[in-house]
Design a protein around this ligand. Structure first.
Ligand SMILES: NC(=O)c1ccc[n+]([C@@H]2O[C@H](COP(=O)([O-])OP(=O)(O)OC[C@H]3O[C@@H](n4cnc5c(N)ncnc54)[C@H](O)[C@@H]3O)[C@@H](O)[C@H]2O)c1
Length: 360
């Protein structure tokens, strides 16, 4: 069915989107290279639900299939998990001609990708995202890594997969809260780059939430195409890839002050987008109708528009320590309208306080 090419110079790969494709994941893998062993690094909970499809398909083709299970949740996106994955690969004596598959959400994909990037200085990697967020966002573009006590995603590397394999059927078991988190990233893409996608999501929301397959496939294709076009132009986030951080400067501060895992990443991004619109309106960059339209859609999706936040002092301090700052000023991706954003450096305290207060 759908296939979107990601043309990063020197790292071209395809994103395959097709209901039922997991049963043929071995064929997709073989099209990307010759491998002697396969290792699936999977989210434990996802593996229980859908792992047999992947394992059965791989066993048809690979004489050696090793599975490493990773406990679910952001709290496990750590170097300890990475070390456990290395043990799985090392104990199985997998060589540089092995291929590593991720199988889970963004936590799993980011961790498994970092393992693949660093095991024996890099082995082939195939992403099999199973949350909407991971399908439309984290599995494409090659950012891998883990959290450390000092901050989120501070240890990692850019490492592009050989392919991304998306079976939207797995979304049928995804909890509604997680589906909504993925939709936050879809809204983000629309706000950054495509006002017609924004209107389409507004119109198709009931079908999306009902997991109507053709609508889901279109949602995936349109969002992945946006992400692909951005990372093709700016793989290492020297320029426009930073647009994808819309809502993240605020969102990361919410996650950091709440404690990782309390507020989901997608929820933090949704709240962060509302705060970014508020800031943009107060700076005169964006009209308040666009801000209201985005808040309404986020609310209709079922995402939070208010939160029990830490004090502004703590939130602003957390923003200042976010790694996305350049020189000493905090950088914000702010909307100009639905479909266009710009980056500004620094904002005065009064506007920031008002942005945070709009979430209370
Ligand atoms: N690399 C990137 O470019 C990038 C971009 C955005 C986000 N991220 C990262 O992604 C992470 C968030 O990813 P996420 O939202 O996918 O969270 P997640 O990986 O924690 O998955 C959410 C939950 O859903 C469960 N789950 C996953 N698939 C399921 C399925 N099909 N059925 C039932 N349950 C399922 C998981 O077990 C988990 O409990 C964050 O760590 C964030 O930093 C990375």
């Amino acid at each position: 069915m759908g296939c979107i090419s990601v043309a990063i110079p020197g790292h071209e790969y395809d994103v395959h989107i097709e209901p039922g494709i997991l049963a043929r994941i071995d064929e997709v893998a073989l099209r990307t290279g010759k491998y002697r062993g396969a290792c699936v690094l999977a989210d434990e909970a996802v593996y229980k639900l859908h792992g047999s499809k992947v394992e059965n398909a791989l066993r048809k083709t690979f004489s050696q299939v090793v599975v490493g299970l990773q406990p679910q949740g952001e709290a496990n996106k750590t170097l300890d998990t990475v070390r456990n994955c290395y043990d799985v690969l090392l104990n199985a004596r997998l060589d540089r001609d092995a291929v590593v598959f991720s199988f889970g959400g963004g936590v799993n994909g980011d961790t498994a990708g970092f393992v693949a990037a660093t095991y024996l200085r890099g082995v082939a990697f195939i992403q099999c995202p199973t949350t909407l967020l991971a399908m439309v966002d984290s599995s494409v573009g090659g950012k891998t890594g883990v959290n450390v006590p000092q901050g989120k995603n501070l240890i990692g590397s850019f490492y592009q997969p050989k392919a991304v394999v998306i079976d939207p059927e797995v979304l049928r078991t995804l909890p509604r809260r997680e589906l909504c988190c993925g939709l936050a990233e879809c809204v983000k893409h629309a706000v950054i780059a495509d006002d017609s996608l924004f209107s389409w999501i507004e119109a198709k929301l009931p079908q999306i939430l009902a997991l109507e397959m053709p609508v889901l496939v279109e949602l995936l294709e349109r969002n992945i195409a946006i992400k692909a076009r951005i990372v093709e132009q700016d793989e290492k986030e020297q320029g426009i890839r930073a647009y994808l951080n819309l809502g993240h400067t605020f969102g990361h501060a919410i996650e950091a002050t709440a404690g990782y895992g309390v507020i989901e990443h997608g929820e933090a991004v949704a709240l962060g987008m509302i705060a970014a619109f508020e800031l943009a309106v107060s700076l005169g960059i964006c009209g308040c109708e666009a801000a209201e339209r985005v808040r309404r859609l986020i609310e209709r999706i079922g995402l939070p528009v208010k939160a029990d936040l830490a004090a502004n002092e703590a939130l602003i301090a957390a923003m200042a320590s976010d790694k996305k700052r350049k020189d000493s000023a905090v950088r914000f991706v702010l909307p100009e309208r639905i479909g266009a954003v710009r980056i500004i450096s620094g904002a005065e305290r009064g506007s920031l306080n008002a942005a945070w207060d709009s979430l209370r």
